[in-house]
Design a protein around this ligand. Structure first.
Ligand code: HEM
Length: 432
């Protein structure tokens, strides 16, 4: 049995450990990630879990929920867990649909090949093939193109005096950027947006059978489109990621055709809504902290650390899952082999044992080793790309429209347990 020790037990969150009443009520406290209150604002609930029951189990034999920074980090880095296989869930739904003469075959076969759900050695082989395309050097070369896309998007609304940050800026940006990276022609942009919107639901754990059917159709169509594009690039390679993946596939057949298609699709799933949410959550946090927004307007050069703080403060990916492959001891609890562990990245990033004044947005925060991009072997492949997009979008927006104001106090969060982001973010500004 592996003992994963949380060496950072000086948790300042544990304010009143001698308060027996509180500890007793902790036994009764049941974490409900589907709760409306949690959905609107998860941070008070995380705080309670970190204080009262940091290694929480839904019920005996049920999933575990970890909320402390040190515990989450140690599990992300542990070799004693494996990736959570969402395709197991999809397979169950597929079986159910097959009895009714329907199926989710495209979804099952494609999600089986997602890097995200893979384990070594397949994971290391596939990741090794794509990692170069996302290196900070490659991303640095993309900055002028990202700036151009942001300028174009803002140019379209500059005379309107009002905009929805999500629909007008954050939404179109990552799909356009990833589409360009892969070499998908401009004419396909609208269709790409539609597929990408549907596909982001894959990451949620609460997806209905009907939604899975819509997802399956989107995957079928997207794959068909990509197959044609791959055939074109096989005849006429270009300076794009699809051509690079084809070259990798042909080199000792290290990459199968299914893996190639699944990897292209995965980039839209992992790279779209996460980036949208970074920009949306970031602008919202700045609107709620006008003094911080002023600092950034005055000193745009702090944008790099500012985006790290935005990622920590309201993390776009709130949780991820692992499955124990061995008995693991965390805190005073034993997680049995085969049990699922939910790692609350959003909570880890607000843990006072790791961050001073964690509930405060501080764009000048220097020590910021947040877990918004995860850690260990599945550490976000697109982190440099996501950072570049968020830095350029947020700075350009603030420089071009310095008097940005929130146009509604009724904001709705998207219905997704894993990804935290707004449906819309309406703002007003003075036309240029
Ligand atoms: C701010 C935006 C983003 C955030 C917050 C984010 C967050 C994450 C997190 C937390 C993980 C690890 C999940 C786990 O360990 O279970 C991850 C993995 C991944 N991300 Fe991102 N991501 C972002 C943007 C992107 C972009 C732009 C791309 C690519 C276009 C991307 C591609 C990936 C891929 C392929 C993986 C799986 C890596 C692996 O399994 O080895 N992400 N991301």
């Amino acid at each position: 049995m592996e003992t994963i020790k949380n060496t950072n037990n000086m948790n300042k969150d544990v304010i009143n450990t001698d308060n027996l009443q509180k500890l007793r009520s902790a036994k009764a406290f049941k974490f409900n990630p589907f709760d409306k209150e949690f959905h609107a604002n998860p941070y008070p609930i995380y705080h309670r879990l970190r204080c009262e029951d940091p290694v929480h189990q839904f019920f005996v034999g049920g999933d575990w929920v970890l909320t402390r920074y040190a515990d989450v980090k140690v599990v992300l880095r542990s070799g004693r867990v494996r990736s959570h296989d969402q395709s197991e869930l999809i397979q169950q739904k597929n079986q159910y649909l097959q009895d009714q003469g329907k199926n989710l075959n495209a979804l099952v076969h494609t999600s089986n090949k997602f890097l995200f759900y893979m384990n070594p050695p397949d994971h290391s082989r596939l990741r090794g093939l794509v990692v170069k395309a996302f290196s900070p050097t490659v991303v640095e070369r993309m900055r002028p193109r990202i700036q151009e896309i942001v300028n174009d998007l803002l140019g379209q609304i500059q005379n309107k005096g009002t905009m929805d940050i999500i629909a007008d800026l954050a939404g179109p940006l990552p799909v356009t950027v990833i589409g360009r990276m892969l070499g998908i022609p401009n004419e396909a942009q609208d269709q790409l947006h539609q597929w990408s919107n549907v596909l982001s639901r894959i990451l949620d754990s609460l997806v209905s059978v009907e939604e899975y059917e819509v997802l399956n159709k989107a995957i079928e169509e997207f794959q068909e489109y990509l197959r044609d594009l791959v055939a074109k690039r096989e005849k006429d390679p270009q300076e794009d990621l699809i051509s690079a993946l084809i070259a990798a596939r042909e080199e000792n057949e290290r990459l199968s055709q299914e893996e190639l298609l699944a990897t292209c699709i995965l980039l839209f799933i992992t790279g779209e809504e996460t980036t949208v949410n970074t920009i949306g959550n970031g602008i919202l946090a700045l609107l709620h902290h006008p003094e911080q927004m002023e600092t950034l307007k005055r000193e745009p050069t702090i944008i790099q650390i500012a985006v790290e703080e935005i990622l920590r403060y309201d993390s776009p990916v709130q949780m991820t899952k692992r499955i124990a492959i061995d008995n693991i001891e965390i805190g005073n609890q034993t997680i049995q082999a085969g049990e699922k562990i939910i790692l609350c990245l959003g909570s880890a990033n607000r843990d006072p044992a790791q961050f001073s004044n964690p509930d405060q947005l501080n764009l000048n925060r220097c020590e910021n080793n947040h877990l918004a991009f995860g850690d260990g072997i599945h550490y976000c492949l697109g982190s440099a790309l996501a950072r570049a997009q968020a830095q350029i979008a947020i700075n350009t927006l603030l420089q071009q429209f310095p008097d940005l104001k929130l146009a509604s106090d009724k904001l709705e969060w998207r219905k997704n347990m894993v990804l935290r982001g707004l449906k819309t973010l309406p703002v007003t500004f003075t036309c240029r």
